[in-house]
Design a protein around this ligand. Sequence first.
Ligand code: H2U
Ligand code: ZN
Length: 332
Amino acid sequence: MRSEPHRRYDPLRDTWVLVSPGRTDRPWIGAEEAPASSPIPRFDPDCYLCPGNARVNGQLNPDYTGTFVFDNDFSALRPASQASSFEQGLLHAQGVSGACRVICFSPRHDHSLGQLSPPELRDVIDLWAEQTAELGRQYEWVQVFENRGAQMGASNAHPHGQVWAVAGLPEEAVREDATQQTHFVERQRRLLSDYAGQEAGGPRLVVDDPEWLVVVPFWAVWPFETLLLPKRAGARLSDLDEDGRAGLVRVLQDLLGRYDSLFGVPFPYSMGWHQAPFDGSSTDAWLLHAHVYPPLLRSASVRKFMVGYELLAEPQRDLTPEEAAERLRAAR
Ligand code: H2U
Ligand code: ZN
């Protein structure tokens, strides 16, 4: 199977990916194509996220010294949407309400999440947990995420992420909820805890921390995709105890450092947390986890595109998850 084309099943999303090993026997080009980048200033007078600066709507940011959260000025969701539901034959729409917030990780314009000091990173984790608990009192799904880098659509180099909370479950949540609930009903164990057990000590392991496991999942679609799994049970960020949070600080620093050294550039990605819905159902089946989806394939400028066969048939990858994990383990 290591050298022949095959398909792999993703039990969390209930989907398949085509793996075509060997096509990467083409020479591996390392970090040669790093685009020339001008140094980033500590403070950028034109940045709408830096402390004291004006945002697009003219509102001034406070002179914050740690993290800073504000309601997104261009929210994709509104707290009380007036849209009514509609169904006419095959045409089906529904109203949806929600909230969108922006989270500045640091007042320093030139830092990234992975470059924060351990106490600063810990503050971000605590904030993610607080936002989850607070928004979960009002909405069924809380999506914490970060888009990093222009290639992932980040609008600004200032280290920041977002949280969107929504009434009702979005597509990915419905998928992952269904697979985890089914697994739990059938085996009285968590799907992702079982998966973490199977990956321990294996070829897809990237970081093995006393509290967390980072793997390139067996079914990864993106070349250097990773999955962060807590070793102890916990359905949400707000469930993480002292040790779990301290471990997450270590693991994020380790993983994000590896990503940045892989091609010698600030590694672009979308990363985010999946946590149990706040829909009143049992959280027993759920294991909190983060997905990291980076677009780069061979170098700082050669990225993977989801086109052609991927769009029309199913996702495909050349680099095997095992090879990707090996490269991430070696990157330091
Ligand atoms: P991204 O870089 O991931 O796009 O996140 C930045 C968010 O910041 C984006 O959703 C918001 C944008 O709507 N924003 C404001 O809320 N106020 C501003 O003044 C500029 C950008
Ligand atoms: Zn800034």
